[in-house]
Design a protein around this ligand. Sequence first.
Ligand SMILES: [Zn+2]
Length: 461
Amino acid sequence: MAIKKIAIGGISTECSSYSPQYQKESDFVSIQGQALLDLVDFPFTDFEIEAHPVFFNRSVPGGPIEVRYFEQVKSRFITKLKALGHLDGLLLLMHGAMYVEGIDDPEGKWIELARKVVGKDCIISLSFDLHGQLTEKIVGNIDAFAAFRTAPHIDINRTYHRAAQMLSDMLSGGQRMNVVWHPIPVLVSGEMSSTLAEPCRSIYAQLDEFDKSDGVVDCNLLVGYVWADTARATAAAVVTCTNKESGNKVCSHIAMLYWQSRHQLTFDMESGDIGSAIARLPQEFSIIADSGDNPTAGGVGDRADVLEAILSHRIESTLFAAITSEKAYRKLKKSREFIIGNGLGGGGPVLKLSADSVYFKNQCAIVNLQNITLVVSKYRRSFHQLSDFSELQINLDDYRLLVVKSGYLAPELQSLSAPSFMVLSDGAVNQDLRALTNNHRNRPSYPFQDFDEFTPKTSFD
Ligand SMILES: [Zn+2]
C-alpha cells in the first residue's frame, strides 16, 4: 500500500461577543512541527500514514478575534496547506466558538477554504470542543467529526484520537463516512451542562453505546457556546456514520434526549450572589468561583466586584487568584499604592489599595493586604491547577478561602473536595442568560424563550 499523506492543524478559541477585549496574534500560542505531532500523539505510521504538521493556534478564551488577525492566520494556514501538495487526508483541530465581527461562521469559512485546497477526494476529519457551534457549511465539507465528551474537559487527547482513528481507517481502505447533524434549540452555559452532573452525565455516558449501532461510527452532543450572540449559536447532535439512515436515527434520538432534559439543566454546585456566598462561608477551607469574569470561558478577568465584597466583609485568610492588570503589576514594582479593577475595560468597581507586602513571580505580583493575599496577574490567565499556586510559592493550607475566576471548578480544584460556591457575578460571561443581549440567536431558543414544540430534523442529506 502506498504511503498516504495527511496534514494536521487548525485554530482553537472561545470568544464572548460581550467582551470588550479583542483577541490578536499575541494572544495565541502556535504549536508547530514535532510539538503538534506530539500533541495529537497518534500512531499514524502504523497505518502507513505520513503526517505533516501545519500549525495549531490556541488562546485563552476571550473577546472577538480581530478581523485582520483572523484573515491573516487563515491565509497563512491555507498557504501552508497548498505548499504541502497532494494530500490524502486532513485532520483539523478546531474549537468551534470563534467570533469575528462581520463573519457569520469563521470555522466554516476556514474549513470551506481548506476543502477547496485539498479537493473533494481528500478525507477531512474534524475534532471539536463540545462548546462549539456546527453549521451546514462545516458539515458539508467534512467526512468525520468527533467532539469532547467531558466538561470539564479531560478527554481532549482521546478526542484527537477518535478523529485521527476515523481518518486513518478511511485511508486504510475503510468505507468513506458521512456526518449528519440535528440542531437542538437549546443554549445554556457549560456550568449548566457539566458532564459530572445530571442530566448530561447520563446522556454523555450513552454516547459510547450509541457508537456501537450498525452503520454508526461516532456520536456527539454539542452544548454550544452561549456567550456569543450569533445565529449559529445552538446545541446540536452530530453523528459520523457509514449509513446515513442509521446515523440520522441515532442523531434524532440524541437530540430528543437533550431537548427533553432541558428543564433539568442547572448548575452543578451551590450558586447565588456574593452576599449569600459570604453568609454561608464555612469555617473549613472553601472555594468561591467568580463566574461572570472567568477568563477560561471568555471573561476579561479584570473585575474587582468579588474582591470588593471580600474586603468590605473583612474575610481574612482569603487567597484571591487572580485579577489581571498589567498597569497594577507595573505600579506595584515601584509603589505599595495601586489601583485594581476594570483595567482592561471589563467593568465593575475600581479599588484604590495599599499593599502591606508584595513579591513577584511568574509575571504575577503576590500582594498581602488587610490579611488577605491578592494575586495581580500581568496577563489574562486561569488558576485551575495546583501547580499554578505552588509555582508562586503559595501554600493553600495557609488560607481559609480561595477565590478563583472560574465557572465549574477544574478537576484539580475539585479534587480538594472543599465546599464550593459559584458566585453569579457580572461580566462578559454572565450566567444570568436571560440578561444577555439577544439580537441574533435563532428564535425560539430555550431558555431565551420557553416553548414546547421541537421535532428534530436533519438539514443535511
Ligand atoms: Zn469547552
